[in-house]
Design a protein around this ligand. Structure first.
Ligand SMILES: [Zn+2]
Length: 122
């Protein structure tokens, strides 16, 4: 993607999968730890998504264009993340076999980064 590499951390982000904050230097990418319960190609999607925010802060056309250059199949991965993530929040996919799933978050449909409208056109 040819963007400067921000600092990176894994932490609790509530219902978000990832977050990019353009603070100091090259900024900071945070990844929510539940993300790592999902398949690695979806982790890649979230990382690519947050890296695109280094150059494009919002979810405008320039953001989706940049993400599409780095990850041409991003739409399919985004759809899969939405579906699999929703199932995980709802308890269809266990967080951890040692922890019973009893209280999913109140709004399971919330997407991490509030992706906004999908890009126009094919
Ligand atoms: Zn985003």
């Amino acid at each position: 993607m040819a963007v400067p590499e921000p600092a990176m951390e894994v932490r609790d982000l509530g219902q978000r999968w990832g977050l990019y904050a353009p603070e100091g230097g090259l900024g900071r990418m945070s990844l929510g730890w539940p993300l790592f319960r999902l398949p690695m190609h979806l982790v890649d999607y979230v990382i690519a998504h947050e890296l695109a925010h280094v150059r494009a802060p919002g979810h405008g056309a320039d953001f989706w264009r940049l993400l599409g250059l780095a990850l041409p199949e991003f739409e399919a991965r985004r759809t899969e993340l939405d579906e699999l993530g929703r199932r995980m929040w709802m308890g269809d996919i266990a967080w951890d076999s040692r922890i019973p799933v009893s209280a999913p978050p109140t709004d399971p449909a919330v997407h991490p980064c509030r992706p906004g409208p999908r890009p126009a056109g094919p």
